[in-house]
Design a protein around this ligand. Sequence first.
Ligand SMILES: Nc1ncnc2c1ncn2[C@@H]1O[C@H](COP(=O)(O)OP(=O)(O)O)[C@@H](O)[C@H]1O
Ligand SMILES: [Mg+2]
Length: 268
Amino acid sequence: MSDTILSCEKLNIFYDKEHVVKDVSFSLKRGEILGIAGESGSGKSTIIKASMGLLGKDAKIESGDIVFEDTNLCTTSEKEMRKLRGNKLGIVFQNPETYLCPVRKVGKQIAESINAHENTDAKKAKEHALEIFERLNLKDGERIYESYPFELSGGMNQRVAIATACLMNPRVLLVDEPTSALDRLAKKQVEDELLLLREKNNTAVIVVTHDIKLLEDVADNILVLKDGTVQEYGTKEDVLSSPKSSYTRLLIDSVPKGKGKRWNLLSE
Ligand SMILES: Nc1ncnc2c1ncn2[C@@H]1O[C@H](COP(=O)(O)OP(=O)(O)O)[C@@H](O)[C@H]1O
Ligand SMILES: [Mg+2]
């Protein structure tokens, strides 16, 4: 079996006449964490949506392929996509609190999401969820399970959303801006969760972010996008220490350099 689990080849996507993803190629191996960085509007979420078959009808994949295992996600039917989504391809959108129902307990929503894929009773669903919470180092799983989303912090909701997406043990997890609304401590916890996920489940992860600093901590490879075009693609070390494009350099330089050894990679 090939080590590559997902590959994107010369992908071109339009919204009406606007060309928003231009000839984008990358590949992802089992257990790899790929970071896609770029400022707002660069096409990051569009790539994630295309990989999940969730582009609205305003968008058109003009050419290119996204191949997951042996399936071309650009041409597969909605019916087939539904089988893959959630099951083999997990997704965590930005701001999970906006899609968690505010008036129903977290646990109830998790049980429903498990039930959408496999028939299981409430007790088993809960056991399964608590086991995943524990594996991903989410302390106090019982309390989380019995909470309403508004009773949890933004960081906790994000971590629960990632854990929930992992219940089906997807081969690939796509995570869109996981830390954009979080403070430093919560960011660190989300980062640790993503690393644990790779370590324990060998899940391949694509993390999309405008925060290149997040990628320094979690990514193996980094792809930098600008206006839908790949500016840079390579190992984290190469991209951060010797970026080829001035745009990547700008993105790196825009990160405030804290105390300690962060950004040593970039010292010149
Ligand atoms: N539903 C849509 N209809 C029209 N244009 C869109 C739509 N969604 C995104 N776009 C445009 O596509 C480009 C890329 O957007 P997006 O993928 O959301 O960027 P990012 O996630 O990097 O911020 C932007 O110019 C945005 O305005
Ligand atoms: Mg986005």
